[in-house]
Design a protein around this ligand. Structure first.
Ligand code: ADE
Length: 250
């Protein structure tokens, strides 16, 4: 059985979109995962297939109706138990651990909202998990659903080579990646850091670790604080039998 991605949206044409190309696209063709995008309007009410209405209490914009959404969710979860996720800037921030959790299961149902949002009651009644991909507002949940699906699909067995699985490992210890370099060794007067040409694997590993730590400390103090509170007081170099770091600061 392939991993199942089910999307509920007013814009089913947006799927699989970019996930039809590259590694995810190959895996889709190979049947490692499957994609169904359902048009919410199929469950709309009346001649106009209405899916939304004005907000109680007043205010701008329209709100998606709970009865319409409930019918749509029921239709796709009648035969298979899948977690239902609503993409919204009000949700908890999506993390790598969420992608790992969903990828380890049978699949996911993604609810994409438009207008001002969806009626809160259907989210409660259906125990819908709410996730955000960041602190900015998109015009709808569809690009966020594509982001979440990409993060899950690349973790499915057989989608990526072993090299890329290692990349995921490196993010999972909570640090940003070290910088990468390839040929030519000097480009526009900029040499590659000489340590990378030394062939000394332990020193290269130590240098990369330092680069990861420095980038995390400088660019993402939030990740750095979480990392330092998790990791032991024994320096990484010492734990892994690597040369001690000079000029180390914390
Ligand atoms: N819908 C609109 N903005 C969003 C965001 N930042 N994350 C998830 N879904 C959204």
């Amino acid at each position: 059985m392939s991993w199942q991605a089910v999307v509920l949206t007013l814009f089913p044409d947006m799927f699989p979109g970019p996930l039809g190309s590259s590694l995810a696209g190959r895996a889709l063709k190979d049947g490692i995962w499957s994609m169904q995008a359902h048009d919410l309007r199929e469950h709309g009410l009346g001649r106009h297939r209405t899916v939304d209405d004005t907000p109680f209490g007043g205010g701008a914009g329209m709100v998606m109706r709970p009865d319409v959404l409930d019918t749509a969710i029921e239709a796709v979860t009648a035969e298979v138990v899948l977690p239902v996720v609503y993409l919204t800037p009000r949700g908890r921030r999506l993390e790598q651990s969420d992608a790992r959790r969903f990828a380890a299961g049978p699949g996911i149902v993604l609810l994409c909202g438009r207008y001002e949002g969806v009626d809160e009651r259907v989210l409660e009644a259906r125990q819908v998990e709410q996730l955000s991909i960041g602190d900015y507002v998109l015009s709808g949940g569809e690009p966020a659903a594509l982001v979440l699906l990409d993060a899950c699909v690349r973790l499915l067995p057989g989608v990526m080579g072993s090299d890329d699985s290692a990349t995921e490992e490196s993010f999972s210890d909570g640090l940003l990646e070290y910088p990468h370099y390839t040929k030519p060794a000097e480009w526009q007067g900029r040499p590659v850091p000489p340590i990378l040409l030394s062939g000394h694997h332990a020193s290269i590993a130590a240098w990369r670790r330092t680069q990861s730590e420095d980038a995390t400390r400088n660019r993402r103090p939030d990740l750095w604080a979480a990392h330092t509170s998790r990791s032991s007081s024994i320096p990484f170099q010492q734990q892994h039998g690597l040369p001690a770091r000079s000029g180390s600061r914390n």
